[in-house]
Design a binder for this molecule. Structure first.
Ligand SMILES: N[C@@H](CCC(=O)N[C@@H](CS)C(=O)NCC(=O)O)C(=O)O
Length: 234
């Protein structure tokens, strides 16, 4: 969104878990990232950041001027934030807990302040805690996987309706595409997504999403995805 607005920025990446304390120590009210300091203001939360950027720099817009279309974009944006981020986060931590080796690939380009090799070597407890904090239990992750086809159907329908992936990218595109991009780094999930319009949105907004993880999910959990990828539009 910063690049869309042409706002120069300095990026800092934080270790999961420790990020909570760092963000608090930096004076933000909550414990989550993304968090942004801009013009002396501290803005936290992806949706709040979109609105503050729109206020500070209206062009190019992140929200359509037409009120009806804006309401639809805001609905899609809220859905992405509240319904899509969490299940994909749960699947991600669960998968990395089974096999931590792919972690290095996710750290590509990260500005952590210490060497990536060292960060990766000390990652096991961070992964375990992140899985726990995100309630990434077997049961929840199985449910999260099963929810993916309906999620993708919604995104594809919004794309078909011109709410997402239109000529001008909007706040909902920037909200949803990174979650899709993360999901597509998992070889378990990629086949269910890659031939759908949703994949086109992800690749447009985040052409080089770092990370790649080989399959680790039990075959039975992936069953709901098999019928989804077979029936998805090509
Ligand atoms: N949905 C919110 C929060 C995002 C969120 O939960 N971020 C995670 C990292 S992906 C986080 O900071 N977790 C730390 C915590 O919940 O304590 C947003 O889009 O800004």
């Amino acid at each position: 969104m910063l690049e869309h607005k042409g706002v120069a920025y300095k990026r800092t990446d934080l270790f999961p878990v420790a990020s909570k304390a760092v963000v608090r120590a930096a004076g933000f009210p909550g414990v989550t990232v993304p968090a942004l300091k801009i013009d002396g203001a501290k803005v936290q939360g992806s949706r709040q950041i979109a609105r503050e950027l729109e206020r500070l720099r209206p062009e190019p817009p992140l929200f359509p001027a037409d009120p009806e279309l804006r309401a639809k974009v805001e609905e899609a944006e809220r859905y992405g934030d509240e319904q899509m981020q969490h299940p994909i986060r749960q699947i991600s931590w669960w998968s990395l807990k089974q096999d931590g080796k792919p972690l290095r690939s996710y750290s590509e380009g990260a500005k952590l302040g210490i060497p990536i090799g060292l960060a990766v070597k000390t990652a096991a407890p961070v992964i375990a805690l992140s899985a726990r904090f995100n309630q990434a239990s077997d049961e929840n992750v199985r449910a999260a996987v099963a929810a993916i086809p309906a999620m993708l159907d919604r995104v594809d329908a919004w794309i078909a309706a011109g709410v997402l992936n239109g000529e001008q990218l909007n706040a909902a595109d920037f909200q949803i595409a990174p979650t899709l991009g993360l999901a597509m780094t998992f070889d378990d999930l990629l086949p269910a997504i890659e031939n759908r319009p949703a994949a086109g949105l992800a690749r447009r907004v985040v052409p080089h999403y770092p990370g790649k993880a080989p399959p680790v999910l039990p075959a039975a959990w992936l069953e709901p995805l098999r019928s989804s990828s077979a029936s998805s539009p090509r």
